[in-house]
Each structure stands twice: as C-alpha cells, then as structure tokens.
Design a protein around this ligand. Structure first.
Ligand code: IPM
Ligand code: MG
Length: 352
C-alpha cells in the first residue's frame, strides 16, 4: 500500500505530519510512505510547482496524501508556474474527476457555525464536485478587441460523458446515504448547464431509489444557509462546487475541519486510487507557528483509508477519535481555542 505524501506549502507540512502520526498510531501493516515536493516549495527547488518526478511519484502510488499549495510570494509569477497549478495539474494528469467534500456538523460546535445553532445542527451533507472540466480547464486567455480594449475569456464546457460519470458518482453516494441527490446548475442561463441537467435526468432512470431534484446555483447558495439540513448529496460542476464547498465549510464552523477525496477510475488492489487533501489552503499567515488545526488533514487520511485501502474500520475509528477530541473540548485557534497542531494530533491519537 504505497502512499505518496505531498505536503506542499504553508501549513501543509505541519498538518500532514500529524495525519502521518495518526496513521502510524493505527499500526497498519504493509504501508510505505514516500515524500515528494509540490507547490511553491517545488518551484523554489526545481523551477516548477509540479516537477515530473513528483507527478511520477503520484502515478506510481496507490494514494496521494496532500497538504496545501499556495504562497503569496508567487503571486507575480506566470500562471503556469504558480503553486495552484500543481493541484490542478495533479487532478488533470491523474484523471481525478470526482471530488467528495463531506460537511458534517460535529456535536458541540454548533455555536461556532456562521449560522444559528438550531439550523447548523442538522448539517450532514456531501458535495460531489466535478474536478476535470468546466471553466477551470477550458481554453482561456486575454485578447485585445478591435476597440483596443483587453478582454479576458474562459471557455465553459461539459461533454455528456463528463456529466454522466460524475452523475453516477453522485447517485451512488446518495444510495449509501439518505438517497437524496440535488444537482446544481445554472440552466436558466447557461447552455452547459442545460445539457448537464438533461444528462443528470437521464442517468436518474438507473437509480429509481434516489430522489433527484435540480437547483439553480444562486438558489442552492441561498438554501445552503437557509436550511442546510435539507441537503443530502449535492452534485455539481467544478466552479459551482468550488464556491459551494467553501460556503458549506463556514456553515459547519471551520474550514479546518473539512476533508476531501479526489477519485478517478483507476482501481488499486485495495480500492480506488485517490488524492486526499484538507480543503483549507496553505494559510501562510499562520504557517510555521504550530497554530493550524490538523483535523481536516487527519480526516482526509481517514477518507484515504476508506476509499483507497478498503479499511473502513480504521477510517471510522479515526473519525470517531476526532469527534471525541472535539467533544472533550480540544480546540485549535480556528475553533476559538489554543491547542497547538501537535497537541491536537496527540489528542486524536490518545482517543483512537
Ligand atoms: C480548492 C481550491 C482550488 C480550486 C485552487 C487552489 C486552485 O480552491 O481545492 O477548492 O479552485 O479548486
Ligand atoms: Mg476552493
């Protein structure tokens, strides 16, 4: 069971370190860990945020445990050299088209939500975000119009097969949960969304046990703060999923608690090849100060155990340990407490 560890920038290395300590404490046989460089760290050393040797390392692994990329010092670089290109490159090159972002309220943290506690309490949803298409990967550029004025443009496109495969992931996820799927689009304005809606509706015929509804993205954003507990699984495109998943994190209370899995089609001996990352970024303002909450990274490692290694029992055990630590009042700065990154890791390990 080969894990490629790409810790990256900012708080990435700190939080990944704790996730690895938790994995170590589970004492699973047969794991091997290889570290690689990614993001600004890789750019400084090799002149590229995703050097070929890092990509090769990820390709040869059964799973990638990822920290974060991003460094304000790189803001002035050409786009292809910016740290963010590393994660976009990995998603594209590894064919990771399905991004699972669960958002669940932890008991006792309701008061930390941006929403009223009685509304926040009910949050238990999963965002299934398409990750290989949309305006993210369409042609783009800045062109000069006849008037001499510059115009930025990004092509939004989804093919039927791209929509179909992510729709199947959404329906299957719903089957394992409360059997409700909400497809989010902007079909009242966008042709891309019109086709998206048609294809999702077609796929729904194969899942008569799942109740499907469609929401426009503006309405979905509104419902997500009005009644987040009404959602089970949300399936949506790359751009809308990016936005709604950050919004969902604030409904839960902290982006420091949200994990994610990015999955493709490749199967390993034990599950599906995937990349696992906390959805928070590199947080350069608190990097190196042991202030970051590693829980999202630890929960990402739990998702890795579940999806790539078929270790449901250990995944659930890890998730329960995080929930218990929270229940016992262990809080990082993101949750109004002062526990250090290492102390939070230790608290989780003690509760495994
Ligand atoms: C995310 C991030 C990335 C994205 C950035 C870093 C490119 O915001 O994973 O949500 O937009 O997908
Ligand atoms: Mg984002």
């Amino acid at each position: 069971m080969k894990i490629a560890v790409l810790a990256g920038d900012g708080i990435g290395p700190e939080v990944v370190h704790e996730a690895l300590r938790v994995l170590g404490a589970l004492d699973l046989p047969g794991f091997s860990i290889t570290e690689g460089e990614v993001g600004a760290a890789a750019w400084r050393k090799h002149g590229h945020p995703l050097p070929p040797q890092t990509l090769a390392l990820a390709q040869q692994a059964d799973a990638v445990l990822f920290g974060a990329v991003g460094d304000p010092a790189c803001d002035g670089l050409e786009r292809h050299l910016r740290p963010e290109q590393a994660i976009l490159g990995l998603r594209a090159q590894l064919g990771l088209f399905a991004n699972l972002r669960p958002a669940t309220m932890f008991a006792g943290l309701e008061h930390l939500s941006a929403l009223r506690p009685e509304i926040a309490r009910a949050i238990d949803l999963l965002i299934v975000r398409e990750l290989n298409g949309d305006v993210y990967f369409g042609d783009k550029g800045i062109r000069t119009l006849e008037t001499g004025e510059r115009q930025g443009w990004d092509m939004m496109a989804y093919s039927e097969s791209e929509v179909r495969r992510i729709a199947h992931i959404g329906f299957r996820a719903a089957q394992g949960r409360k059997r409700r799927l909400t497809s989010v689009d902007k079909a009242n304005v966008l042709e891309t969304s019109q086709l998206w809606r048609e294809v999702v509706t077609e796929v729904a015929r194969e899942y008569p046990d799942v109740v499907l509804d469609h929401l426009y993205v503006d309405n979905a954003a509104m419902q997500l703060v009005r009644a987040p507990g009404a959602f089970d699984v949300i399936v949506t495109g790359n751009l809308f999923g990016d936005i709604l998943s950050d919004q969902a994190s604030m409904c839960v209370g902290s982006i420091g608690l949200l994990a994610s899995a990015s999955l493709g089609e490749r199967q390993t001996d034990f599950g599906t090849f995937g990349l696992y990352e906390p959805i928070h970024g590199s947080a350069p303002d608190i990097a190196g100060q042991s202030k970051a909450n590693p829980m999202a990274a630890i929960l990402s490692a739990a998702m890795m155990l579940r999806h790539s290694f078929g270790r449901e029992a250990e995944a659930a055990r890890t998730e329960r340990a995080v929930a218990r630590a929270l229940d016992d009042g262990v809080r990082g700065g993101d949750l109004g407490g002062s526990a250090s990154t290492g102390a939070i890791g230790t608290a989780v390990i003690e509760r495994l």
